[in-house]
Design a protein around this ligand. Structure first.
Ligand code: RM4
Ligand code: MN
Ligand code: MN
Length: 409
């Protein structure tokens, strides 16, 4: 493996140097890419038809962290874990934090769960019942306390709020209630904390959702202030939406805070990242890397500070390898984007050379970046093929002793 990868790398380096790409810098940037995994991605999940209970699934938040640690140790790229409250509610958050830190990880985003209590059936922050709205704000504030205890600086908000029938709710009143709730929570953020606002155009609401698209989330974040930004979940758009354009727009406004990566064919499918449309992911990274080069420091800082997260639900696939596959697919598309010749592309754009510009961008996508990935992993003493290393590690067999059932939703 080593000899082959050395040869492949030498060839790759020559080729890329010829194109004016600094390969050492690309290795460094690839190595610095950190992607957060979600605690819920390690638990059982299902469709509205069935949750299949698997053998070896974590029985509590501590075991979810253990599984996330395996993904990090094999890839070196997933140092933080997002939690969902109350799915990951524990008696002692300091103990959870210790458990996380002992494994070389940290807790990333804290996600209030505003959709599972019976009272939330007709909405949380936009419910016509003031008591329910109050309860939803109290839960978000409780999550700020959790953040303080576990050392998190990201509050990640997604509201299942919406309606199923025309006339069911007063759209403008609900809009105001949502903004009021957000403002109450925003006012209690500590310095250094970020509030990320995630939108979704349907589901569970089938007629409307209160934060249906990036424009609504953007407007909400703008009204709140600098600590509020938008979170783009790649699966939360209508088919055919140009997601990378949304990314570019939000970056330019300093309002792109984070991603939930996953892939989809039809709806919010939460499939393995890059399984369906790897080119879209590459084009998203093109926008981000282009923004890191921007002369406007707000734009470049925003691009550097993006919180990359995976948001997946594994219904039929084993969860840990599914997470590793997603991470590897993200790294592959990021590595390809690192091969874009930005100056050449800008020249083509300035000349209105339509085919030339498209060709410059696509050429980077078409390279085999395995030598770059292998090089980065070798330099860090990581397994060259994290998936194979996992399958050979015996961990999947070891966790069978947890039995069937887990603690997922
Ligand atoms: C939603 C959304 C949220 C996630 C929940 C579980 O569709 O993507 O980010 O927390 O699912
Ligand atoms: Mn999401
Ligand atoms: Mn989703």
């Amino acid at each position: 493996m080593k000899a082959w990868s050395d040869q492949a790398y030498t060839l790759f380096e020559m080729q890329q140097r010829d194109r004016g790409i600094d390969v050492d810098a690309a290795v460094r940037r690839l190595s610095a890419l950190a992607v957060e995994t979600p605690s819920w991605g390690y638990g059982d999940s299902g469709t509205r038809f069935k949750v299949f209970k698997k053998v070896g699934v974590p029985r509590n938040p501590y075991e979810k962290i253990d599984d996330a640690a395996v993904v990090h140790h094999l890839t070196g790229a997933c140092p933080s874990v997002a939690i969902h409250i109350p799915w990951d509610k524990v008696e002692d958050y300091k103990a959870l934090r210790n458990h996380v830190e002992e494994r070389g990880l940290r807790i990333g985003a804290v996600n209030p769960n505003l959709f599972q209590d019976d009272e939330y059936m007709l909405g949380s922050a936009t419910n016509a019942d003031a008591a329910v709205r109050k309860k939803s704000v109290a839960h978000m504030l409780e999550c700020l306390d959790v953040m303080r205890e576990v050392g998190s600086n990201v509050l990640s908000l997604w509201f299942a709020d919406g309606t199923n029938y025309p006339g069911q709710g007063h759209l403008r009143r609900r809009k105001r209630w949502l903004q009021e709730a957000l403002a109450e929570v925003y006012a209690r953020l500590d310095p250094g904390m970020r509030m990320l606002i995630e939108y979704k155009f349907f589901e569970p609401g089938f007629y409307h959702t209160d934060l249906a698209d990036w424009g609504m989330a953007f407007q909400a974040a703008n009204k709140l202030g600098e600590q509020a930004q938008v979170l783009v979940d790649t699966g939360h758009h209508a088919p055919g939406t140009n997601v990378e354009h949304i990314v570019a727009y939000l970056l330019d406004e300093g309002k792109l805070g984070g991603f939930h990566f996953n892939s989809r064919k039809y709806a919010d499918d939460d499939l393995i990242v890059g399984a369906m449309n790897p080119y879209e992911l590459f084009l998203i990274f093109y926008q981000i890397l282009d923004a890191t080069r921007d002369a406007d420091s707000t734009v470049s800082r925003t691009a550097h500070e993006i919180a990359y997260m995976i948001d997946q639900s594994h219904v039929i696939e084993p969860k840990i390898p599914a997470m590793i596959r997603s991470l590897c697919n993200i790294q592959t598309q990021y590595a390809k984007a690192l091969l874009i010749q930005h100056e050449e592309l800008q020249e083509m754009q300035a000349k209105n050379d339509v085919l030339g510009a498209e060709n410059t961008l696509r050429t980077a996508f078409e390279f085999d970046v395995a030598p770059l990935l292998y090089r980065m992993r070798e330099e860090r003493g990581l397994p060259i093929d994290p998936m194979r290393a996992y399958l050979e590690s015996g961990y999947a067999e070891k966790i069978r002793e947890r039995g069937v059932g887990g603690s997922g939703w």
